[in-house]
Design a protein around this ligand. Structure first.
Ligand code: ZN
Length: 581
């Protein structure tokens, strides 16, 4: 007999066998026992969580003459014909391939006839969200006039794409992602049945990679089996899933904890170069951080659950404070969301890496005291370090306010606004303030508009990698000789600034799109922008003569302010909001 995929062979045939959806299967069984079934059901949930299996079991249980406790017998002709897909009263439709009105009309017409062999005619429409609007309307008509012996089971991974009019006519069940231990237990059960030896840790790795879907878990297990030589080992599982080895993750986190973003970035690059996928990396890293937290609370429990803990892992768990782990988890979660809608996941990963590596209390202090310049505040260890950091920030702000009030331009105008590269690691790109001021002085709204108009087209002229770097950017100000670009992320900004070929390509292509326009290109991180802009407005106030020459003669205090605003609006257009005191 030809080899059959595990997920086909081991498809659940009874509600009892559906893993991880106890609440749903119990409710369905009760409905069958009490004869209180609905005319239409909506099964929603991620792929591989048992929706269509449950639908078929339901079709059997409701039609099986030997049904007991709401379960099908799986032995009678009715059960077998449904399992084998040859029962004409149980109709399975894949909406992904039949999304037309005609098909649904056909169903509607056929639904008018009573079942010939079964007690209930059951229509199972999989991926129902794929139906066309017309087909949905036809389906709605059918659901509006329910027939006694006809039941619809609609299954979907994307319930938000289904019209509310349909949803409101169904009884809805949300299938949950299946828990890792539930999946691992099921895999263990199967392997015992088919008498294949395995390492416990291998199953954990597979279960994790399946992301809550049993079908995926079984496909991965299939691959691991073909990879293995007799025993399914952790190594097989790692190879098949592309999971990061623990050492790699440990070393990455170690660098993050020690505030060594560059080393962590190198680590990340190696991991990605090995062909690891960004989303998988994030998922693995999240689980790893959670494991560290769990180990701190219940080491034995975790050891039992995971089955493999390295020495480095244990060391890390002892060293890294829980608060920091929570913060890392929050950051990783955030990145997971960002990555969902982008093709440039790696950039977000790099940004996340820098953030992770600068989250430690030690790093925060280092950044602040660097900004402090010559004046350094000794960190008292008994003071909460966060408090220290806050105190310093307040002090900095006070200084800045004083400087603004006294009308003195900040002494460290040429100094970086955020902080620059230092030994402890990367904290953000250097902002060349005086150069930014030059752009702002010569900037006009017309130039900015011109650049903005061609910006998207300009990005299209670049290579894929180059375009990726400039994805989260916008032109901020531009004049005859200079152009200022704002970046969402400091680290990307830094990279672009140091990427001479990229800057050159930008200039060249820009000059092709706007004839004779080849400005010097300057980059700034959006985080740094408000401060620089404010400094510039203050700076402009200091130069009433210049503005006077441009605008008019005599300037009262009031008109001066007006002029600064006009000046700012001239440059930034709608980016400037005037707030009245
Ligand atoms: Zn039966």
């Amino acid at each position: 007999m030809a080899y059959q995929a595990l997920y086909r062979v081991w498809r659940s045939q009874r509600f009892e066998d559906v893993v991880g959806q106890r609440a749903i299967t119990q409710t369905l069984k009760n409905a069958i026992i009490q004869n209180k079934t609905s005319h239409a059901y909506l099964f929603t949930g991620p792929r591989g969580t048992g929706k269509t299996s449950a639908a078929k079991i339901f079709a059997k249980a409701i039609n099986c003459p030997n049904s007991q406790d709401g379960e099908p017998c799986n032995e009678c002709e009715m059960c077998l014909s449904i399992t084998e897909g040859r029962q004409e009263d149980v109709i399975e439709i894949d909406a992904a391939s039949n999304n037309g009105v005609e098909e649904i009309r056909f169903i509607r017409d056929r639904a008018n006839y009573a079942p010939t062999q079964a007690t209930y005619k059951v229509y199972i429409i999989d991926e129902v969200h794929m139906l066309s609007t017309g087909a949905f309307n036809a389906l709605l008509k059918t659901l509006e006039e329910p027939k006694e012996q006809v039941i619809f089971i609609l299954a979907t991974t994307e319930p938000h794409k289904i019209p509310l009019t349909i949803i409101s006519r169904t009884q809805r069940f949300d299938f949950k992602r299946i828990g890792i231990s539930d999946i691992a237990n099921h895999l263990a059960h199967i392997l015992k049945e088919i008498q294949l030896p395995y390492e416990e840790a291998a199953l954990q790795v597979i279960a994790r990679a399946a992301e809550g879907g049993m079908r995926d878990a079984l496909s991965i297990l299939d691959q691991a089996i073909s990879y293995s030589e007799g025993t399914i080992t952790l190594e097989n599982a790692m190879q098949v899933t592309g999971s990061l080895t623990n050492e790699m993750m440990d070393s990455y986190l170690q660098h993050c904890f020690q505030g060594e973003p560059e080393a962590a970035l190198e680590n990340l690059a190696e991991i990605l170069a090995e062909g690891k996928e960004a989303r998988r990396f994030l998922e693995d890293m999240l689980l790893h951080c959670r494991d560290l937290l769990m180990y701190q609370q219940a080491p034995k429990l975790l050891a039992e659950k995971v089955g493999y803990l390295t020495e480095t892992f244990k060391e890390l768990a002892e060293k890294i404070p829980a608060d920091l782990l929570y913060e890392w988890i929050r950051l990783l979660n955030e990145t997971q969301n960002e990555v969902r809608f982008t093709n440039n996941a790696n950039i977000y990963l790099e940004v996340a890496t820098v953030k992770l590596a600068t989250q430690g209390p030690k790093q925060k202090l280092a950044v602040v005291s660097n900004n402090q310049g010559t004046e350094s505040i000794p960190a008292r260890t008994n003071d909460s370090q966060e408090l220290q950091a806050l105190k310093q920030e307040v002090q900095q702000l006070q200084q800045a306010i004083q400087q603004l009030q006294s009308g003195q331009p900040q002494q460290n105008q040429a100094a970086p606004v955020k902080a620059e590269k230092q030994n402890t690691g990367y904290v953000g790109p250097r902002v060349p303030k005086e150069q930014v001021f030059q752009v702002l002085q010569e900037a006009t709204k017309d130039h900015l508009q011109q650049v903005r108009q061609v910006w998207m087209d300009l990005l299209q002229t670049l290579s894929v990698t180059q375009r990726a770097m400039l994805k989260a950017t916008e032109p901020l100000a531009s004049g005859p000789n200079r152009l200022l670009i704002a970046f969402d992320y400091g680290i990307v900004c830094q990279k672009v600034m140091n990427d001479a070929p990229l800057i050159l390509a930008l200039q060249n292509n820009l000059s092709k799109m706007i004839p004779d326009y080849a400005p010097t290109i300057l980059c700034i991180a959006k985080d740094a922008w408000p401060e620089v802009r404010q400094a510039y407005v203050a700076f402009a106030k200091q130069q009433p003569q210049e503005i006077a020459e441009l605008e008019n003669e005599e300037l009262t205090e009031e008109t001066q302010t007006v002029n600064v605003v006009t000046e700012a609006q001239k440059i930034f257009g709608d980016l400037v909001t005037v707030v009245d005191d």
